[in-house]
Design a protein around this ligand. Sequence first.
Ligand code: SF4
Ligand code: SF4
Ligand code: SF4
Length: 197
Amino acid sequence: MSDTVTLELKVEDIKKNADVKGCPVERSLYYITEFLAGPMCGRCFPCMMGSYEAKIRLQHLVEGRGETGDVEAIRRIATDMLEASMCKKGKDTAKFIMEWMASGVFEAHAGKRCPDNLCKAFIEYRIVGNKCEICGACKEACKYGAILGEKRKTYLSGYLPYEIRQKRCVKCGECIKACPYGAIIIVETKTNRLVGV
Ligand code: SF4
Ligand code: SF4
Ligand code: SF4
């Protein structure tokens, strides 16, 4: 009896921590990762195998590699877990995932968009050339060597403009904080829509 109570409390605690995350897909991935990190009794197949598969599918969606098939698979897994799980822990997990899926945000991620602009896979940091004062503060602030460019030198006619190398950028946001001129923006990669400065 006491074991059951401990498990139920743990699921509730994970849910509380997950709810702090703004994006429902990221929330689900956090939840299922923590769920799998706890004791897994393995008594029923939909919970045991389904939760592993759900974690992989959710990673696809959060990392920008997701497709409609991932969303369908997560929905199928949650439905099977709700029906066939033998304990409250499995059934509650299915309910939480279904609740987080209800807003359509999972489908948006399969379409390469995070409506809350919280998943880093769908945004880019960019330098706006005509606002950049070529001061170099962003390059100094970037710990990942993701910014190319050089300060203008009076004795040289040409210079290398400041630019963010997207493949190296981990989207930490330090360059935006360092730029004194508001010359760095965040855009949604798919639409080029401004989502932050
Ligand atoms: S639903 Fe419950 S009983 Fe079934 S595998 Fe998951 S934790 Fe075990
Ligand atoms: S967001 Fe971070 S990693 Fe990307 S360019 Fe700016 S400082 Fe570098
Ligand atoms: S900190 Fe801002 S103004 Fe300075 S080089 Fe970088 S983008 Fe340009």
